[in-house]
Design a protein. Structure first.
Length: 238
């Protein structure tokens, strides 16, 4: 148990310090771009930015990939079991996602009220009435992205790049054929559309269910995590 606690602390603290570097660079770039546009354009109405959370998508995606390419190799060489490594990685994903979701939620809501033209991703979709749901939505979205990228890197490592690319092409081709097949049927396309809209909280009667998207992302995250654990148990160090 002490080894598990130690590896969780290592994973979380190592990643935590880079969050502030990321945000420092992000807001410095935004400020610089705003100043350049302000000098170049007389009308201040043209100055604006929205959806800064998309930058975090990239960050957590990279974090998910590094969870294997860097940490797994180092920890396995230091005698940690695959189970401990996976638990520590999930804990790190949750910790970092929670911290970044909190920052993005606060910044998104503050910017919306200070700069009425600013729209966060969650606010643009579901409104700004509930900050807690906003934070939970971003937390689960970031966790999902971490888990998907982590799973993808594990699969590529296990199967090999050539086989992974081949499988990707095959799956993509099959998916395209299925989508084309559905596209020929208006009723099937409508059913798929309604299902997806419901999964993300947009009900047929025009109301919004704020809990369905949370459940959808939670289930997808658990599925991706279960897949990653299944692969990591059989992953050999290369």
């Amino acid at each position: 148990m002490n080894k598990l606690k130690a590896v969780i602390q290592f994973e979380c603290m190592t990643s935590f310090k880079y969050i502030w570097i990321f945000y420092g660079i992000q807001y410095a770039v935004v400020l610089l771009a705003t100043l350049i546009v302000r000098v170049s354009v007389d009308n201040a109405e043209y100055i604006g930015v929205s959806g800064l959370e998309t930058n975090t998508f990239i960050y957590v995606g990279i974090l998910g990939m590094l969870g294997y390419s860097e940490d797994f190799k180092m920890l396995i060489q230091n005698g940690f079991t695959r189970r401990y490594i996976f638990i520590a990685c999930v804990a790190m994903f949750g910790f970092i996602s929670g911290c970044m979701a909190l920052v993005d939620t606060v910044v998104g809501n503050v910017l919306h009220y200070v700069l009425p033209g600013y729209q966060s991703i969650y606010g643009g979709l579901y409104g700004y009435e509930n900050i807690l749901l906003n934070w939970l939505w971003l937390l689960l979205l970031y966790m999902l992205l971490c888990s998907l990228f982590y799973l993808a890197v594990l699969v590529v490592n296990k199967a090999g790049k050539i086989l992974s690319i081949s499988l990707g092409v095959i799956i993509g081709s099959v998916g395209l054929l299925v989508m084309t097949r559905f596209a020929l049927s208006d009723s099937a396309a409508n059913k798929v559309s309604v299902f997806l809209m419901k999964a993300f909280g947009f009900m047929p009667d025009g109301t919004i269910n704020h809990f369905l998207p949370l459940l959808t992302m939670l289930l997808l995250t658990v599925a991706a995590g279960a897949g990653a654990y299944g692969v990591i148990r059989k992953t050999e160090l290369k």
